[in-house]
Design a protein around this ligand. Sequence first.
Ligand code: XLS
Ligand code: NI
Ligand code: NI
Length: 449
Amino acid sequence: MMTDLWNTDAVPFVGTESSRQGLGFRYYQADRVVAGKPMKDWLRFAVAYWHTFDQRLVDPFGEGTATRPFDKYTDPMSLALAKVDYSFEFYQKLGVDFFCFHDRDLAPEGDTLRQTNANLDRVVDQIEGLQKSTGISPLWNTSSLFTNARFLAGAGTSPYADVFAYSGAQLKHSLEIAKRLGSQNYVFWGGREGYENLWNTDLRREQDHMAKLLQMALDYSREIDLDVQFLIEPKPKEPTTHQYDFDAATTIAFLKTYGLDDSFKLNLEGNHANLAGHTYQHEVRVARAAGMLGSLDANQGDKLLGWDIDEFPSDLYESTAVMWEILDEGEIGPRGGLNFDSKPRRTSFTAEDLFQGHIVGMDTYAAGLLVAAKLHEDNVIGSMVSERYSSYDSGIGSEIENGSVGLTELESYSLDVPQSEIIAKTQSDRLEAVKATIGNYIVDTLGRA
Ligand code: XLS
Ligand code: NI
Ligand code: NI
């Protein structure tokens, strides 16, 4: 049985009528059925171990500001083991069924990989026990192939073969942990898999090597009978000047080039989408179009800042757009969920702010789900889009789609048609009205939630 480690009660549902003071969900109700499924099954929230239990809220100009209830532990292994207890109580108080972690989030490194693995296994033993008693489990895990100094020039794309070898060895144990803890997905975020400068880089060779490492992971997962959905998390820059997994489209092209597209899907992050010059919805739509939507890292960037600030999501317009895509798809991914790859601001340094951050994130996505469900129910978007393309449903449009015409037929169809007749076939997009409709749905739906 868990003791009260956090100085906070379990987060209650308070609804929109209640006072805005204190910790409470205004929209998220795990068992509330929306569009045929309980909210918790649409959203499958996960807590990111690194941000919630490791992050000290440092920035490039200053030390960490965080105060945490486990700060009293000074010995690294005692701290690592204590944090596991704190983490499970946190998940339970928040009412979240999943968590995500990197191998290096959990335990300190030793001098050799053997010692590092031993440290890690002690912590994983403890996680395994708590998983059994709580039913909470990993949405995904991953290997940090970017923190340690050996990864200064990448892991799979490192120009140094010994670093590649070490990466594979480290990855192997991480896959074994995925099996042991029953992770639903396994993520590759290409930490330093990119380049700083092309003059010293063999881009082709680095990409070949990256594909090899991924193939080795697939081969080993078959060997140990590991049942996970493999995911790649695109990001355009930071830490490297150019990351190979720039965005969804680039990553899909990479996977197809190397024949890996049947085995991988994408884990898409809001802030990464912005850094790539896209909206979050764009990235989700591109993945959907390729049948490769896997999971979501829920966070948001700031229009005024050009880096990965991992802010808790609070933008209702963005969560509505993303949840609209998810409702249209029917799920986040076969085993996907919403992982809060998010941290409180440096000035929000208390333990309570960790709860508050997750609450605003969960409420923002629950609210987005409610609005998106109403948009779906009223078929607002679906009918607009099918109407916009309806000229392809018959006549010359269907001949274009079914491939029965070529340029010669298109010429005879078009050659003598007056300009005015062609222009008359187009229609106003009424985009301003569409945007107003989305805004009105947000206000109206949440006003009645
Ligand atoms: C960094 C990434 C990272 C991945 C997991 O920007 O978002 O946190 O999600 O390695
Ligand atoms: Ni992420
Ligand atoms: Ni990120």
